[in-house]
Design a protein around this ligand. Structure first.
Ligand SMILES: [Zn+2]
Length: 419
């Protein structure tokens, strides 16, 4: 939550008329996004704003090119209303930085992926110059994607990264599994791509993507768990992203589970991610098959899909530890939804029941959260990166606030009756 945000309850009553106009604009945009195609009358009903206010704001949004007047709707009687939709000409360039490769995509305002590319790079024991070279290679691929869609309006670059990002300085603060902290990653990318660049932790970005593109547009309490070489979490509590001091909140992957456990990338031992990450899954397999030539988690997944008992046992053990950590998060944060992001979701039919049964077994209330897989982990992280840009461009005031009927009235009272 930005420190200067004017929508906090304390400040709502003194919001200037200009701020009020902007807030109402955000509310209308968000509501169009959630309910499109939608008529102006329904927008007024859903937002609680006056129909005349909705008409003026919608007209402005059409003039600005964010919204398109669409098809005529059908009602049982009376005049046929014109539905409005978001203008999918607006796109973001999304870059998801994984430990050994970058996924890139152009994503439109509705979450549709228009084109994709991948850039692989070495990350073990690399020099600062090599990291900068990697950034150049990523930028080259990004420019090619952008050039191929020159008829679209690029709103900026969104970067999702496995690490914590200080939102004031844009520096990657903590990234034990990748060497991005060696350089000014944000500055370098912004310079070579010559575009405004938003950068955020991958799990936080996935939460934003669920808000923007996903099925949980109105959920108030969510946890995204990104399972890859490490474990990162994004936390939304009471409708707000939890950032913490220096934006470091969410590093539950480094919560100590067993002090006597393996050494972690953070320097401690027995962190949650040393038991429940992809690396842990691979280790469990190698413990059973010491002479195995298995070198990647993808290979482990393939074996498991073929029914290899030892591979399945490894995945189950990893899942059991994933559940153990999640149990603590559930007890402490009471999420409504847990979104699991990562390659392991390819085995969701096996993982899901095990996760849920463990959470239910440890739950002391009847309100266990829904546990869902982000559909296509790669796409989820890319949409998250795109959501960073669209959220920044479109929602200057309405971070994570719902626009649903009565909740709107409670959480964000109408600020202005006219614009
Ligand atoms: Zn650790």
């Amino acid at each position: 939550m930005p420190a200067n945000d004017k929508t906090t309850p304390l400040h709502r009553s003194v919001a200037s008329s200009e701020t009020a106009r902007e807030i109402n604009r955000d509310i209308v945009l968000h509501t169009i996004h959630l309910h499109q195609p939608v008529s102006r009358a329904d927008l007024a009903r859903l937002t609680g704003l006056q129909p005349s206010t909705v008409s003026v704001i919608t007209g402005q949004l059409i003039d600005e090119g964010w919204v398109l007047p669409g098809t005529l709707g059908r009602l049982p009687r009376g005049r046929r209303p014109t539905f409005v939709t978001l203008n999918d000409k607006h796109v973001a360039l999304a870059i998801d930085l994984r430990p050994e490769l970058a996924n890139l995509a152009v994503v439109d305002i509705n979450g549709k992926m228009l084109s994709r590319d991948t850039v692989a790079y070495p990350m073990q024991n690399v020099s600062k110059a090599e990291v900068k070279k990697t950034v150049q290679n990523i930028a080259k691929a990004a420019r090619t994607l952008r050039a191929a869609l020159s008829d679209r309006v690029f709103q900026g670059v969104g970067v999702s990264v496995s690490g914590r990002v200080d939102q004031k300085t844009h520096q990657v603060l903590f990234s034990p599994n990748v060497p991005w902290t060696q350089i000014d990653l944000h500055g370098e990318l912004q310079k070579v791509l010559e575009s405004p660049t938003e950068m955020e932790n991958a799990a936080n970005a996935c939460l934003l993507a669920e808000r923007w593109f996903g099925n949980f547009g109105d959920a108030q309490n969510m946890i995204a768990v990104s399972v890859s070489e490490g474990i990162g979490t994004g936390l939304m509590v009471d409708g707000r992203l939890v950032r913490g001091h220096h934006d470091m909140a969410g590093e539950f992957g480094h919560m100590p589970l067993e002090e006597s456990g393996p050494v972690c990338g953070c320097g401690n031992t027995g962190c949650w991610e040393t038991f429940a990450s992809n690396r842990a899954g691979l280790r469990y397999y190698r413990e059973q098959v010491p002479d195995s030539s298995l070198s990647s988690f993808q290979e482990l997944l393939s074996l498991a899909k073929q029914g290899d008992v030892r591979a399945l046992r490894s995945i189950d053990k990893m899942t059991t530890y994933l559940a153990r950590g999640l149990t603590m998060l559930v007890a402490g944060l009471a999420p409504e939804v847990i979104i699991v992001v990562g390659d392991c979701t390819a085995l969701w039919p096996r993982i899901s029941p095990l996760l849920e049964s463990r959470l239910i077994a440890k739950s002391f209330t009847p309100h266990t959260p829904r546990v869902v897989a982000a559909t296509d982990g790669d796409a989820a992280r890319l949409r998250g990166a795109a959501a960073l840009v669209l959220h920044k461009v479109l929602f200057r005031h309405a971070e994570f606030k719902p626009v649903e009927n009565s909740k709107t009235e409670q959480a964000r009272p109408r600020v202005a009756a006219s614009v």
